[in-house]
Design a protein around this ligand. Sequence first.
Ligand code: FES
Length: 494
Amino acid sequence: MKKHTISLYPLGKEIRVNDQTPLIDVLHEFGIEFLCGGKGTCGKCKVRLLDGEIFTNPAHIHKLDKLGFTKDWRLACMSNCTDDITLEIEQFNHIILADETEFEFTPGEGYGIAVDLGTTAVVVQLIDLRSAQVLAIETMLNPQIRFGADLISRIQACLDGNDGEMNRTIRSSIGTMIELMLKKHLVDLQQVVLVGNTVMQLIFSNCDVSPLSMYPFHTDNLGLKTFTPEELGWNFTVSKPIKFHASIGSFVGSDILAGIAATGIHQKEKYTALIDLGTNGEIVIGNREQTVCASTAAGPAFEGSNISMGMRAVTGAISSFSLDNESIIAHVIGNTSAKGICGSALIDAIAILRKLDFIGLFGEINSGADHLNLTGKINLTQKDIYEFQLAKAALAAGMTILCKKLSISPSDIQEVFIAGGFGNYINLEHVSDIGKIEVPEEKIRKMGNTALIGAKMFLFTGGTITEEILSKTTHVNLEGDPNFQDIYVDKMLL
Ligand code: FES
């Protein structure tokens, strides 16, 4: 089959796809949302064609006209790839540049940089401190990824003697991203703040991560780290010390600290939760009186690990299942045959199979078979279901124990914010149905990159907001709860 290359700007990513691949399938895996369900009415999926051609049929032209878009724009939901193309992703800019979360700020002087240093992606924003306006953005995949995709492999890479290289590569990459922005915007840089998980902070700061590699997986080195540009090898000046904000616990970093700031949990009267569905599945629950947080081992199954046909949300992965008159419909990314299923589809599959009574309360396949066929050659084995139950139970048990610490029940939580890229894909109804998050669907809200929103807020508040959050927040070791095992086993029920 004929192949084409799609280059994504400003991500700097190139993807090879089959001829006629719908863009909706490709962009889906980069977190782009199709808010009207691809009906061509909301205009939110618009992409600018920087190079190549996308054929537009009369219906597509009509929609573009109606939305008032000029001829270099296309609606991704109505476009197929038939040429090598370069696309500017409007929504990606929009999500990060113009996150609509409003916050009160006291206007400052000059300009600041907010950095979200994620295990997978790095996002840097240049902010005008008088208006809080985002002037520029740079993003890239974390270059440490060649040492391993997850935190455990990064820690292992450090133990194997790659810590210096990982430290240099991330410092120099972020420095280059900032330099690029400063070339385009000749501004007086006052501040740079960084947030990230505890491992990212320690590696960036050239600190020892080995305590996190062995029992009890604990480090006391959680505090704020400050630097001068010279110490980081950066060739530009910054008026104030560069800050990498404090972690809350050994596996709950300043990305979650920023998430608390972004969601305002620490100022709300009613109990509110924040769940980041990354590999570590961090959970925060609290209000203006007190906040508790924990990390859970909820992630791997949702990222396709340990699942026989599991894979990441890339071409060939089934990204979702839906039910149509008792038939299970699979959606495959990339207009190709299904090669496996990703985390969001795993949640859908289990919720649907449970609803159809193919699997029982304990996760058992009711027919007694060792697997169920989902579609084509894609099967879900009894072991896969068990792996899913382990991950689901980790998250649900975490929420239960945190509620217990606060002497509340899950029904006292008024709102649950879902953060992180994976959160954008999941079907909230299914998440709620199978008890992965034990609150009704209508209380759950996807909130995007809360770490970045919070980092931006830190530019305006100095240390006050972080000190307030840290003073109210207690890190909970879930396994330390005497009832953890009982609760965990109980939460494995579907
Ligand atoms: S998703 Fe609404 S116009 Fe494309």
